[in-house]
Design a protein around this ligand. Structure first.
Ligand code: PLP
Ligand code: COI
Length: 340
């Protein structure tokens, strides 16, 4: 069956794989990991995840190296972030070690779906944590389900590693100033759907959200963090309404290693005209350079790529990150776990 997959043509979509891994929290404790070959879950119609959004998900990737080995990138960070999301919306925290074991199993059992080295595709790993207890009052569930499935994917944005346009629209926020923006919970993505749809209709790949309190600073894009390059400096927003991106955290390290200064601070909209390069970054987006940012309310455009090519710093960062993820470059920080 795997022979039928055209790896280099894959988009960022769902494809059925062989197995997923599940675990249930009941009577105050997590049970054993269970392997399932069903794509369906059976939950109560009054489960808190369905009514009150008690849901968190994660996204990480496995890569096949030139040496044939399978590598998963920074899964401990995803495990910890899911714990933070769980605390943020009062769900039972899934233990880090169990998370890693579940990811390991899900990848290993679906090995035949891991795209080959050089195909431009990877295996996307989607952990999920949901409240399954049947409640009708707005209260945290006392039962939870954790699940990991995998699916082979191509680039999140059709453009891949090519500059793509984004827009600013002040009439939409993805998160509230003191809300759940820093957690990876489904509600943030539901809140981004309408703005994302309007942006797509206008030809943009994403919305660049501003800080929801004052609309003076840059926050992040719908599915990815934002960074800019100026005068040998990597600049990325500090904000409590954005998701702490593991890709961004990794890139700040790689940028520093390359001799760039790193600044994580509020970035004023007025700085947009001063940047040499801008990009989105995340597991799915990897680095997607931004060709131009159109501020639709102010009727202004900021252009970062006229020739359709990524800027030199984005390119260097992309190559370095990808080389570590696939084992082409040494892994000095122990970011990669080999699945044997
Ligand atoms: N911001 C948002 C809203 C996201 O959904 C994602 C994707 O996970 C990111 C940023 C990037 O985070 P990471 O690099 O950990 O994938
Ligand atoms: C990711 O980058 O893994 C994401 O979760 C982004 C998006 C698919 C929601």
């Amino acid at each position: 069956m795997e022979n039928a997959i055209n790896w280099s043509e894959l988009s960022f979509g769902y494809m059925k794989t062989d197995y997923n891994v599940r675990c249930w929290y009941r009577d105050g404790q997590w049970g054993e990991l269970e392997v399932s070959s069903s794509e369906v879950i059976n939950i109560h119609m009054s489960a808190t995840c369905l009514h009150y959004g008690q849901e968190s998900f994660e996204g990480l990737k496995a890569f096949r190296g030139k040496d044939g080995k399978i590598r998963v990138f920074r899964m401990d960070e995803n495990a910890k972030r899911m714990q933070s999301s769980a605390r943020g919306i009062m769900m039972a925290e899934f233990p880090v070690e169990k998370f890693e074991e579940a990811v390991y199993k899900a990848v290993k059992l679906n090995e035949r779906f891991i795209p080959p080295y050089g195909s431009g595709a990877s295996l996307y790993i989607r952990p999920l944590l949901i409240g399954t207890g049947a409640l009708i009052g707005v209260k945290p569930s006392d039962e939870y389900m954790f699940l990991v499935f995998v699916t082979p994917v191509g680039p999140y944005f059709k453009t891949g590693f090519k500059p793509a346009p984004v827009c600013i629209m002040r009439s939409f926020d993805r998160a509230a100033p003191q809300g759940t923006g820093c957690y990876k919970v489904g509600g943030n993505y539901a809140a981004s759907l309408l703005a994302g749809h309007k942006a797509h209709e206008k030809g943009y790949v994403a919305v660049l959200y501003l800080d929801p309190k004052e609309k003076l600073y840059l926050d992040e894009c719908g599915p990815a963090n934002f960074f800019a390059i100026r005068e040998n400096t990597y600049i990325t927003p500090a904000s409590n309404s954005i998701l702490p991106s593991i890709t961004n955290k990794s890139l700040t390290q790689l940028a520093a290693d390359m001799g760039l200064k790193v600044e994580r601070r509020p970035i004023s909209v007025s700085e947009l005209s001063t940047f040499e390069e801008t990009a989105e970054c995340g597991t799915a987006a990897v680095i997607t350079p931004i060709s131009q940012i159109d501020d639709l309310d102010e009727n202004r455009s900021y252009v970062y790529s006229k020739d359709g090519k990524p800027g030199p710093t984005c390119e260097k960062l992309y190559n370095k990150l990808f080389a570590i993820q696939t084992g082409d470059a040494p892994d000095p920080y122990g970011w990669v776990r080999i699945i044997e």
